[in-house]
Ligand binder design. Structure first.
Ligand SMILES: [Zn+2]
Length: 169
């Protein structure tokens, strides 16, 4: 089922999400819906907070469904190590039509659990590292605009305020 994605301003995007501690059929359903929602957007990553569920669950697929083997569903992701820096343009499905340059780690080792509660580990680099960093931020209530300079952040905020007033957000 394709679900509506919450936009900037929705409180759930700012909450600290809770760890997943039971690996139920419901959890699988949420993940399945997140994958469908992510593909339909289309996007390469989605955090459960973006569909209004504050649990530490994220989906990532750099191929947007082209290659099923690249599909990642991770619960309780933790950064084991991070090194280097990369800076590139970044957007977010919850802040549509805005993008800006964000600095992220170049490489990260990320550990977490799959939908069966089994430990998984990903050695990421480049776009995948950037995506994991962005999604883990979501689970902590952080958005990419928080990583911009105060000036750039307030410019985007003001534009969103205007769109909201006009009923276009
Ligand atoms: Zn995002």
């Amino acid at each position: 089922m394709i679900l509506p994605i919450l936009k900037y301003g929705a409180p759930a995007l700012r909450n600290m999400s809770k760890s997943v501690d039971s690996f139920t059929h419901d959890l699988e359903e949420i993940a399945k819906n997140m994958i469908e929602t992510m593909y339909s957007s289309p996007g390469i990553g989605l955090a459960a907070s973006q569909i209004g569920i504050n649990i530490r669950l994220a989906t990532i697929d750099l191929t947007v469904g082209e290659d099923e083997s690249q599909r990642i569903i991770i619960c309780n992701p933790e950064i084991v190590s991070a090194e280097g820096e990369q800076r590139s343009d970044e957007g977010c499905l919850s802040i549509p039509d805005f993008s800006d340059s964000v600095t992220r780690p170049l490489r990260m080792v990320v550990r977490g659990l799959n939908l069966h509660g089994e430990e998984v580990q990903y050695e990421t680099e480049g776009l995948l590292a950037k995506c994991f960093s962005h999604e883990i931020d979501h689970l902590n209530g952080v958005l990419f605009i928080d990583r911009l300079s105060p000036l750039k952040r307030s410019l985007i905020r003001n534009k969103i305020k205007k769109l909201t007033k006009a009923g276009d957000w």
